[in-house]
Design a protein around this ligand. Sequence first.
Ligand SMILES: [Zn+2]
Ligand SMILES: [Zn+2]
Length: 218
Amino acid sequence: MASIRCSNCNLVNFGTETQCKRCKQPLQELLNIADERQADFNQNPQNSTSTFHSYQMPTTPPVFYEDQRQPEMPRMCCIKCNKQNNISMQNFKKDYVPPILYITFFLGILPGLLLIALLKVKHNVSAPFCQECWKNFRRIPGKDVLGLFGIIGGFFIGIFALVIFESVFLMLLIFAGGIGLMIHSQVFKSKHSPKYKKVTRKEVIITDPIYGDICFAR
Ligand SMILES: [Zn+2]
Ligand SMILES: [Zn+2]
């Protein structure tokens, strides 16, 4: 604010003056600033940043839609079904059970399962899934438990039924039910898990429908 124009006599005074040098009228500084801004705006409505701050849109991260991806970026495909819609990277674990651990089953089923659970190698894998395949994939652990219950639970409940009801037929029916649960869980598992080509202590290799074998090394 270099100068103040007197609203009474129109003399332009220095900005430091508190009253007009000619007419001694107190300088109505704020009024004059408003006048000048109005004049500036009337002259130059587009370039009036000194007068009015134009509204700034809040900065938001850029949004990339499927079709606007950069061409050099390979489109992500579901590792299971090859679709390109609703793909997101998902993290999951793939276990490698060293074959030697199966020997522990000679100690009994429960100690064997316990030792395998403790000593197996857990691989962390990150792969693109479509929503549907991921939803099914996540149901596999539950199906595994169901299958295990089918075999172990079916066996004991079958024996129990034989003792209590003295019915071989009922026992076999329960065995068959248990085996059925196991088969169901295994079919579900092979249908909905990615195609594992090779799983070792060091790496997991998944066969992708488009890109072929993908190795996830530790
Ligand atoms: Zn004046
Ligand atoms: Zn899929």
